[in-house]
Design a protein. Structure first.
Length: 483
């Protein structure tokens, strides 16, 4: 392989990896800053409510008559004790005043609640609304009106729950002693509470600023690395036959181009597979990290269409070279690598919803084809453990729909003669593997037919397997030899 070709291949793989890492960091930073922003909203609501309560309590305490705080001589009996009827009347009057104060505070809190929701609605009319998952963590920005409404419902519920808690706290007015001193003590307690929330707000605001700055830096790094990816593609030798908006008028798919691609060195194919896997990961699994990214550079087209065209071009090259299985392996190895480094896997949002998502509709067939070729590759070799890893990966990534599609997809590699992974395992005489691929996921009765070592690093069968996303199973994906 020529030195330039080796250099371009290495640069492409390296920059694609750095691009995906930057997008993943941006996704994490966006989710973190969104969480801090919601915390800041809650703190602001609490502070405004405390200001209203403090003002109301202080005004009421200041307006209380002296008889509410001191005992007049005329109200005592000759022996120096308080007249019971007078004391009872004073207590009842003060309690009634406390009730009126609570009613006033609750009305003020309701007005603040309405104003908070109105402010949320106003902001949503001008800015993108996130669509938090069931856990409350932001996973993607709203892509349609239904998503926007779900995001708004979450924010309305946040305001509702916060002000319900504040209203419950306001009832402590009824528990203070019926005197001016009782209200003064309550006012002092509320001020201390306000100081606490001020401190929380200042601390969270600093953290929000850091997360926002990290998001901007990650976005800049992503754009720079994407520019390097496109530059590497431009510099790719003609024999790679890459096509797309950034590569001029080269036309892939001809018989001559296919022969050139089939003769590409293994090092080039592996670089293309690594770059394709990282770009697939970014486009399908890191959509939040890509949202809102744009570049002002005239020589770099960061549009979705340009990114998909470049990625599709690499995948077509690998398909012509019968090397799509390398992409599937690269996807699994990337997760093991992230886990080994102590970082979280980038599968932040499983691909459960296939319809209505244009990116998934465009790249989904390539994802299925890559994973299917990887499954066919291990099926031919009788590697039941790796087959189990691939199918579990598919099930977690896209549910049973993805796993079933991968199992049912026939290989396009000539030596596989258009057979599926299950058919290849059956032809090769790997009976247990053929059954696994045919009946996935196995039942409890089926599990007893396999050795514990067949089921990957957990060693206890599918029922005992660690949930996807935990370090133990991810590390078990291991480094496999790519053929």
């Amino acid at each position: 392989m020529a030195p330039k070709e080796r250099q371009v291949a290495a640069l492409l793989a390296e920059r694609a990896q750095q691009f995906c890492d930057a997008v993943a960091l941006r996704r994490e930073s966006i989710a973190t800053s969104d969480r801090f922003y919601r915390d800041l909203m809650v703190y602001q609501w609490r502070l405004e409510a405390l200001d209203a309560r403090i003002a109301a309590v202080a005004a009421t305490a200041a307006s209380m008559p002296p008889t509410a705080t001191a005992i007049a001589p005329s109200d005592t009996c000759p022996g120096g004790t308080q007249d019971s009827s007078t004391g009872s009347a004073m207590g009842a009057a003060t309690k009634s005043q406390h009730t009126e104060l609570l009613d006033y505070v609750l009305v003020a809190l309701q007005e603040q609640r309405c104003a908070a929701v109105a402010a949320l609605e106003e902001r949503a009319a001008h800015y993108a609304v996130g669509a938090p998952a069931a856990t409350g963590r932001l996973e993607q920005m709203s892509i349609d009106e239904a998503d926007r409404q779900r995001g708004m419902e979450y924010l309305r519920a946040l305001a509702q729950d916060t002000y319900d808690e504040i209203a419950d706290e306001a009832h402590e007015i009824l528990e203070v002693p019926p005197s001016e001193s009782g209200l003064r003590a309550l006012c002092a307690a509320l001020k201390r509470r306000r100081d606490f929330w001020h401190g929380q707000m200042e601390e969270t605001f600093a953290a929000w600023q850091q997360a926002t700055e990290r998001m901007h830096r990650a976005g800049e790094e992503a754009l720079v690395n994407w520019g390097s990816v496109t530059a590497a593609v431009r510099a790719a030798p003609h024999g790679w036959q890459l096509s797309g908006p950034c590569t001029g008028t080269i036309t892939a798919g001809s018989a001559a181009a296919t022969r050139q691609q089939q003769d590409l060195p293994s090092e080039v194919l592996q670089a293309l597979a690594t770059a394709s896997a990282r770009c697939l990961e970014a486009e399908l699994l890191e959509t939040l990290g890509l949202s809102g990214l744009c570049t002002g550079a005239q020589d770099v087209d960061f549009s979705r269409e340009a990114r998909l065209a470049l990625l599709t071009s690499m995948l077509k090259c690998l398909k012509a070279a019968e090397a799509l299985h390398r992409v599937g392996e690269a996807l699994l190895q990337a997760l093991a690598s992230r886990a080994a480094c102590g970082g979280p896997p980038s599968l932040c949002c499983p691909l459960r919803n296939w319809t209505g998502n244009s990116t998934i509709e465009a790249l989904g067939p390539w994802l299925i084809a890559s994973l299917a070729e990887s499954l066919c590759d291990v099926a031919r070799r009788g590697d039941i453990r790796r087959s189990s890893d691939i199918l579990r990966f598919c099930s977690t990534l896209g549910g049973s729909a993805l796993a079933n599609s991968v199992r049912a997809t026939a290989s396009t590699v000539r030596s596989n003669r258009g057979l599926t992974a299950g058919q290849l395992a059956s032809v090769a005489g790997f009976t247990r593997m053929a059954r696994l691929l045919k009946e996935w996921p196995p039942t409890d009765d089926d599990r007893s037919q396999y050795k514990a070592s067949d089921w990957g690093s957990t060693g206890g069968g599918i029922a005992a397997a660690k949930p996807f996303g935990q370090l133990e199973w991810l590390l078990g994906l291991g480094v496999k030899t790519t053929h």
